[in-house]
Design a protein around this ligand. Structure first.
Ligand code: ADP
Ligand code: ZN
Ligand code: MG
Length: 482
């Protein structure tokens, strides 16, 4: 790929909010109900009904706005975005347009060793549309309006992103903040965190932006990163061949790993935005904003800094552990019980992350629900630190805990995994090993000291890994030198 071009990327994210009810009616937002169960005349768009704004949606939007350093508009407005589609019964979506609630924020994302600031253009509130269901019967489609009116925040970035890796980092940071704020669950596979990517390229050093393409149908972090890379390559190839790019919307085809054209600019929608006359302009007062600000939880960046200063963790560990609120809390709970932060971090980032990956739990898992509780992990590490079990046995123990969810003390007792430090039984094992390997003993005494490791291995095997390695080493040295 030619390096004479620089990619320019801006992301538009839709986050579904964790409110109990919809944005303009009292219907439940619960997921997985039978089709059209969570509906009423308002969200089905019957004539003559009036929307009533859910205050909690505004609170959530302000929460995110404050957490991302936005200016919160004291006066904002809802607008109608007009288009026709069967999943949109009113014929328009209520959104915000020329006066959004939040503007001019930023997010500092991790890039390699440092941070990079990505500016946010705006965050506004809007309602979700319903869902068309195809191919369940006959040659017609059905419409499910359960999702119609579910509250969303649209978060629009400035075109400050320069690579697919930065885009991934931006999305992870944004999702972490949403999760910390308990504003959205950020689940990409289930569609509560959706992203459209705007991509263009320009000759290195150019001031002007190139023609941009908007990519849709991205439903995982991997898809976003791959689609951006593939689109950058396509654009550079087109330009290098002397071709021209057209402004258009393209769809990501995850199977073939290419983007393909959906509609070009000439066919772009004209949404005929205008202020919604059914809703009053939104005025939020200072006092309420202050209350929301005062109640903000500790955010990922602050927690990362605190993990370094309070627990002496390396920056890398602190960064990895704070990307998810549930994992950060799991770590801290364990540290409160047994204060060995680095050991706990190693177990979380090593064995626990490995299992999460293996079981493909990255997106859906809440760590509080998984079999090895923070209390049990802390208890296990405490047993290692106190010399009750060896590090090797701990690996076996961890698998047992994972399988059964039982407390480590109980498993150790039941399976007889305690580390053996009493010299008598270890001596017996050593005597046995030395007697069985007379030739090796003679070699060792004749100067072949490299075989020491062999004896250690044999003794550990004879004690089924339970002997304290320290005691084994000491006793062996003594016995072999006689
Ligand atoms: P539109 O009018 O098509 O909605 P906007 O200017 O509102 O476009 O921008 C939508 C998104 O596209 C924003 O995230 C913005 O940062 C991004 N964007 C705008 N211009 C470009 C460009 N030339 N290249 C890449 N992204 C862009
Ligand atoms: Zn309703
Ligand atoms: Mg726009």
């Amino acid at each position: 790929m030619s390096t004479n071009y620089e990619p320019v990327i801006g992301l538009e994210v839709h986050a579904q909010l964790l409110t109990a009810s919809k944005i303009f009616c009292g219907c439940s937002t619960r997921f997985g109900e039978p089709p059209n169960y969570n509906t009423c005349p308002v969200c089905m768009g019957f004539p003559g009904v009036l929307p009533v704004l859910n205050k909690r949606v505004v609170e959530f939007a302000i929460r995110l706005g404050l957490a991302t350093h936005c200016e919160i508009a004291r006066y904002s407005r809802f607008a109608r975005k007009n288009y026709f589609y069967p999943d949109l019964p009113k014929g328009y979506q209520i959104s915000q347009y020329e006066l959004p609630l939040c503007e001019h924020g930023f997010l500092d994302i991790d890039v390699g060793e440092g941070k990079k600031r990505i500016r946010l253009t705006r965050i506004h509130m809007e309602e979700d549309a319903g869902k068309n269901i195809h191919d369940v019967r006959g040659d017609y489609s059905l419409v499910d309006l359960n999702r119609t009116g579910v509250p969303l925040l649209e978060i629009v970035s400035e075109p400050d992103i320069r690579s697919s890796a930065e885009a991934g980092s931006y999305l992870r940071s944004l999702r972490a903040i949403l999760q910390y704020l308990e504003v959205s669950d950020g689940n990409m596979e289930e569609g509560s965190f959706r992203c459209d990517a705007n991509v263009s390229v320009r000759p290195l050093g150019a001031q002007e932006f190139g023609t941009k393409v908007e990519i849709k149908n991205l439903n995982s972090f991997k898809a976003v990163e791959k689609a951006i890379d593939s689109e950058i390559e396509r654009q550079i190839e087109t330009l290098s061949d002397g071709g021209k790019l057209v402004q258009e919307t393209r769809l990501w085809d995850a199977d073939r790993e290419v983007t393909r054209s959906m509609r070009s600019k000439e066919f772009a929608h004209d949404y005929r935005y205008f202020p919604d006359p059914d809703l009053l302009p939104l005025a939020v007062d200072e006092k309420w904003i202050d209350e929301i600000r005062a109640a903000l939880p500790e955010l990922p960046a602050a927690r990362e800094d605190r993990f370094v200063s309070e627990y002496g963790l390396p920056r890398y560990d602190a960064q990895v552990l704070t990307v998810r609120r549930d994992i950060a809390e799991y770590f801290e709970t364990a540290v409160t019980i047994h204060r060995n932060p680095k050991a706990i971090s190693n177990w979380v980032m090593g064995d626990i992350f490995r299992v999460i990956k293996e079981r493909k739990l990255d997106d859906s898992l809440h760590i509080a629900e998984w079999p090895v509780s923070a209390e049990h992990l802390a208890a296990m590490i405490k047993m290692i630190d106190e010399g009750k079990i060896s590090g090797k046995i701990a690996k076996t123990l961890f698998s047992e805990m994972l399988a059964s969810g039982a407390a480590p003390e109980a498993i150790v007792r039941e399976k007889g995994l305690e580390q053996v430090s009493d010299t008598a039984s270890i001596e017996a094992a050593i005597d046995h090993v030395l007697a069985a390997n007379a030739k090796a003993v003679a070699d060792y005494r004749g100067g072949n000291e490299k075989s020491f490791g062999f004896f250690v291995g044999q003794v550990m095997k004879a004690t089924r890994g339970k002997a304290s390695p320290q005691v084994v080493n000491e006793l062996l040295k003594k016995k072999l030198s006689v």
